[in-house]
Design a protein around this ligand. Structure first.
Ligand SMILES: [Zn+2]
Length: 288
């Protein structure tokens, strides 16, 4: 699924092609994309407007059109946006035609991607504030901030990293990579991390996301750049998808297990598994 580096890669490549252009047509082939709004509602609000800015917040691609009309696209599992898609492009759900003759196609085999319309800056702020926490590549994402967010939380640290309302844009791949880089086991309770570990984790999240960005994102399955080219970060994974391979640091075997409901990869030599706390005495009661 596209995470922050993948969405940012799309944004940075599309922005120079769409900013300043006027939307000539919006063709919604699958009404589920914008439900519960009808396709006509989005067409009425957006067609004829100028794209002032293509932004990103968390995993949302944010189209800012004239007069504070906003389209928030979420790519979810398998969404990709192609610029002048080849004729054989499949699973197209939405087409956006620009006034210079170019066409953007939103292709999404699993159909989980969404398009949401938001009117006015105050409504946009409310929409984002309700869904997204700190932006991890902003200066607000400090070790101090992460320390505060983790206090008194018994959930595994991996679950906290994946919670978009706390840290926006980190998904399964970058959580796995960041936890390995900081030598923290994904199942360790968030509130049990000390300041040194939190600082290492903050730096590892930033380093993992930046490495992903520099490689143009990761293409495990459907993710493509707007020109159809794949990202390359999958070739640099330290642990993700590498169960059974050797750890680059210690040579031990990388393992896979489930944490926070997601396929999780780690080196349990480098990332020490927390001890399971058991009751002081276990009593087996036999009901009569
Ligand atoms: Zn290791």
């Amino acid at each position: 699924m596209p995470e922050l580096p993948e969405v940012e890669t799309i944004r940075s490549r599309l922005a120079p092609l769409v900013e300043g252009r006027t939307l000539r047509a919006l063709e919604i082939l699958d009404a589920k994309w914008c439900a519960p709004l009808a396709p006509e509602a989005l067409q009425d609000a957006l067609v004829g407007r100028r794209v002032q800015r293509l932004g990103r917040r968390g995993k949302y691609l944010l189209w800012a059109a004239s007069e504070e009309v906003f389209l928030l696209m979420h790519l979810r599992m398998t969404g990709t946006i192609l610029y002048d898609a080849p004729p054989d492009a499949r699973y197209t759900r939405v087409r956006l035609a620009l006034d210079d003759g170019h066409v953007l196609s939103f292709c999404d085999p699993r159909r989980f991607g969404t398009g949401e319309l938001v009117l006015g800056e105050p409504a946009l702020d409310a929409f984002l504030d309700a869904r997204l926490g700190v932006e991890p590549l902003s200066e607000d994402f400090t070790a101090e901030h992460l320390y505060a967010v983790t206090r008194r939380r018994r959930a595994p640290i991996k679950a906290l990293l994946l919670d978009q309302r706390r840290i926006a844009g980190v998904g399964n791949i970058y959580a796995n990579e960041a936890l390995f880089r900081s030598q923290i086991h994904p199942l360790r309770p968030a509130g049990a991390l000390n300041r040194r570990q939190v600082t290492a984790l903050r730096d590892a999240v930033v380093d993992s996301l930046r490495a992903g960005l520099n490689a143009g994102g990761a293409s495990i399955d459907d993710f493509r750049h707007p020109d159809g080219v794949k990202g390359a970060f999958q070739n640099e994974f330290l642990v993700h998808g590498r169960a059974g391979e050797a750890c680059d640091v210690c040579g031990g075997l990388l393992v896979k297990f489930v944490a926070a409901g997601r396929g999780t990869y780690a080196c349990e030599h480098c990332q020490k598994r927390p001890r399971v706390r058991r009751p002081a005495r276990s009593v087996v009661r036999v009901d009569q």
